[in-house]
Design a protein around this ligand. Structure first.
Ligand SMILES: [Mg+2]
Length: 375
């Protein structure tokens, strides 16, 4: 007999966590990270956890923590409270009446997945179809004030054992910078994230990246674009990885059918949840497109969901899932996420997300009272 998930209560925790060091992109600096943490209680008293990964301002996608709060409170939570859920995959169709707002949807769906894993007595990783007991991780280094500062960060990453180094690039200093890194570190697995910093008129300039042996260049062109990336990829030897322009399985299909990229970065928040992330993964696996799990400067809860997702077989490229201590002095989960020589153990033998929530820390980082929603 199918057992349904009946959600009785949803608590929202409003957190602000200070980053160990600011994360700088061409759009600005993140020094404090705001989060809404979702605590979802079912009728059996089990608790599932989710995290809203939107930033405070809409520089990465159109969503912010405040737009997510509005969407969850007004539209998604009332629906979830009155609809028994047979399987977490059903949440995306339940929410499909609302256009986009993917990070708001994903925050709630993640907690439903955690409840489902607990109800079926398995780890979230296994519930999602994960097969790896260890995942390899890379590191993403934000823009640095000087080359020396950047070299120091790269050196640190290599010493820790991270399996891949990603740097942010902008039009001002891209090529000389990458060339200098390559001279110093001829063999490190290196990639560059452009965060849509170029246009197709830069194609000739980008062709000069081909001799640098980059693993990939991430999202060189417009954040909505799939078509122009096709033109660029047809000229470029360096694989293009799409990030910002993939919001759904549909987008991934279009990009792959057109040949707009050779790699896809999957973030469950950006695509509206873990179910859609798995659908994209499955399609990519079938079409021999490697994927990796991108990061959104998550707290431990989002990090735990990413670890579970990255245990699926198609995640064959090290992702952005670093140790808790890379970003936080103290994390809100127990144990914290740690890496050993660039790998993270997937808690396959634990039930649910596989980490305990540290309620003391939740309280410590809370900026306003918990809000509770019931029918
Ligand atoms: Mg990116």
């Amino acid at each position: 007999m199918t057992e349904f998930i009946h959600i009785k209560k949803i608590h929202m925790h409003f957190l602000e966590m200070e980053m160990l060091s600011p994360f700088v992109t061409s759009f600005g600096r993140v020094t404090k990270r705001e989060f809404i943490v979702i605590e979802m209680v079912d009728r059996n008293g089990k608790t599932g956890w989710g995290e809203c990964v939107a930033f405070t301002s809409p520089w990465y996608t159109e969503e912010t923590q405040k737009t997510c709060y509005h969407m969850m409170k007004e539209f998604f939570i009332p629906l979830l409270l009155k609809t028994p859920i047979e399987h977490p995959d059903d949440v995306s169709s339940l929410f499909s009446f609302a256009k986009r707002n993917n990070m708001a949807k994903a925050a709630l769906e993640a907690a439903v997945w955690d409840l489902y894993a607990q109800q079926t007595n398995q780890s979230l990783a296994l519930a999602l179809g994960g097969t790896r007991s260890q995942i390899e991780t890379g590191i993403s280094i934000g823009l640095q004030p000087s080359n020396n500062a950047l070299f120091k960060e790269i050196e640190k990453a290599i010493n820790i054992g991270y399996k891949r180094v990603k740097i942010k690039i902008d039009r001002k200093s891209d090529l000389p910078l990458l060339e200098t890194i390559r001279q110093r570190y001829p063999d490190i697995p290196l990639m560059a994230d452009a965060n849509s910093g170029y246009t197709l008129t830069d194609a000739e300039h980008l062709l000069k990246f081909d001799h640098l042996n980059l693993m990939m260049i991430e999202q060189p062109l417009g954040d909505q674009d799939i078509y122009e990336h096709m033109h660029l990829q047809s000229q470029l030897e360096t694989p293009i990885c799409l990030d910002e322009s993939i919001h759904s399985l549909e987008d991934a299909k279009n990009a792959i059918r057109l040949g707009s990229c050779k790699i896809i970065n999957i973030k469950s928040g950006r695509v509206g949840g873990l179910s859609e992330a798995v659908r994209i993964h499955d399609y990519c696996l079938k079409h021999h497109i490697p994927v990796w799990c991108g990061g959104m400067l998550e707290s431990g809860i989002g990090r735990a969901h990413n670890i579970a997702l990255a245990s699926l077989p198609g995640f064959s490229i090290p992702g952005d899932i670093s140790a808790s201590s890379r970003y936080w002095k103290e994390d809100i989960i127990h144990p914290e996420v740690t890496t050993q020589n660039g790998t993270i153990n997937v808690p396959l033998d634990k039930i649910g997300i596989g980490y305990e929530i540290d309620r003391e820390k939740l309280k410590k980082f809370s900026t306003s009272p918990i809000q509770t929603f019931t029918l």
